[in-house]
Design a protein around this ligand. Structure first.
Ligand code: SAM
Length: 352
């Protein structure tokens, strides 16, 4: 199996499963059943044995545990004309684990312009092509988005065979607000752009989901503390679906302290509390310095948006009026203040 892939499910056991529904036998069975009666549209769309021609198929692969490979994923990989892989070595290992030998070609960040043209030509000629990333879902902090856009522009069909994604896996288990979330992927590596992004995130109302490399985790937690995120709740999803998977939960400050004496190892997703949940938990804390100021002006400390809203609501203004008034006074966005005002009101209904 590929490096980083967890083979806790012994291949023997997995192969037993496959021998019941091995891709090749599935294909034969499907072919036989098709001889008997025509398939409905629904059955056709559900069947990988009738792969649509000239279609780009985005295939989600495990983020660690090979047991997460779905039957549909295996069927599709067994039948496409070509697999475009971000990491051909890793995908070849996956294929050989499955006993498959489909032709592979590389499609990654550095060849996507030229390779995209080639793949579009092949799709036009009727080939079905699977796009597979190193792990998880293609297009999610992985190559593919550009190719999908090119297919859409060329009027070529795109199909998605969903698989795990570290972001959603971490979000689901985070214990933080999941109603609304913002996927941020990796923060920019460039220092200035990174700071600008973090300043933007100070004002983010929704739960945030970020990817981070282990060697940068400590620094990122410190950067977050430096920008006033120290009291935010955070959940770190580490090595998800693998042997040593765990969630580390606490405040940003608490986890930064923990990593003072523990070296971060493995793959991490950072799930970070947004301003709405923070305002609900610590209404007095969601100040301009906590992120409701104008972009770039978070540290002037002149206005306390939450306190101001509380005061205005206490004076009998409606949520809408309070948000409008607070926006006029602080220069913050009215819709952000509106959301905060709703949270404050829900938290302290007697105040309005
Ligand atoms: N396309 C992938 C997806 O759908 O999740 C993400 C690819 S991105 C290049 C790789 C990053 O995803 C890692 O640096 C890490 O932040 C996160 N990641 C991937 N697998 C993970 C796992 N098993 N546990 C925790 N984080 C993981």
């Amino acid at each position: 199996p590929a490096a980083g892939m967890d083979v806790r499910d012994p291949p023997g056991l997995y192969r037993t499963l496959l021998s019941i529904q091995h891709p090749a036998s599935l294909v034969r069975k499907r072919a036989r059943s098709m001889e008997k009666k025509p398939m409905t549209d629904k059955a056709v769309s559900e069947s990988a044995s009738t792969l649509p021609r000239g279609t780009l198929i985005l295939v989600g692969t495990p983020i660690g545990n090979l047991g997460d490979l779905s039957r549909r994923v295996i069927e599709v990989l067994a039948q496409v004309d070509l697999i475009a892989a971000e990491d051909t070595r890793r995908t070849r290992q996956l294929l050989s684990y499955l006993g498959l030998h489909q032709p592979l070609t590389s499609y990654h960040e550095h060849n996507q312009a030229s390779k995209g043209l080639e793949l579009i030509e092949k799709l036009r000629s009727g080939q079905s092509i699977a796009l597979v990333s190193g792990a998880g879902m293609p297009c999610i902090s992985d190559p593919g988005g550009r190719l999908v856009a090119e297919c859409v522009a060329a009027d070529l069909p795109v199909l998605v065979i969903p698989g795990p994604s570290a972001a959603v896996t971490a979000l689901a288990g985070s214990g933080l607000e999941t109603e609304r979330y913002a996927f941020e992927g990796f923060l920019p590596a460039d220092r200035k752009a990174r700071k600008a992004r973090l300043l933007e995130l100070q004002k983010e109302l929704r739960t945030m989901v970020l990817y981070e490399a282990p060697h940068r985790l400590k620094k990122t937690l410190q950067e977050l503390i430096g920008l006033g995120f120290g009291d935010r709740l955070v959940a770190l999803g580490r090595e998800l679906t693998k042997k040593h998977e765990e969630f580390l939960r606490g405040t940003v400050q608490g986890l930064a302290d923990y990593y003072e004496t523990n070296e971060p190892r493995g793959e991490f997703v950072i799930v970070l509390e947004g301003l709405t949940a923070l305002a609900r938990r610590l209404p007095d804390h969601a100040t301009v310095t906590g992120g409701l100021g104008q972009a770039g002006c978070q540290s002037d400390g002149t206005a306390d948006a939450a306190a101001l809203l509380k005061q205005l609501l206490g004076q009998g203004l409606s949520v809408k009026e309070a948000a409008r008034e607070a926006a006029a006074q602080t220069g913050s966005k009215k819709n952000e203040l509106y959301a905060l005002a709703i949270q404050i009101q829900e938290n302290e209904p007697g105040e309005s």
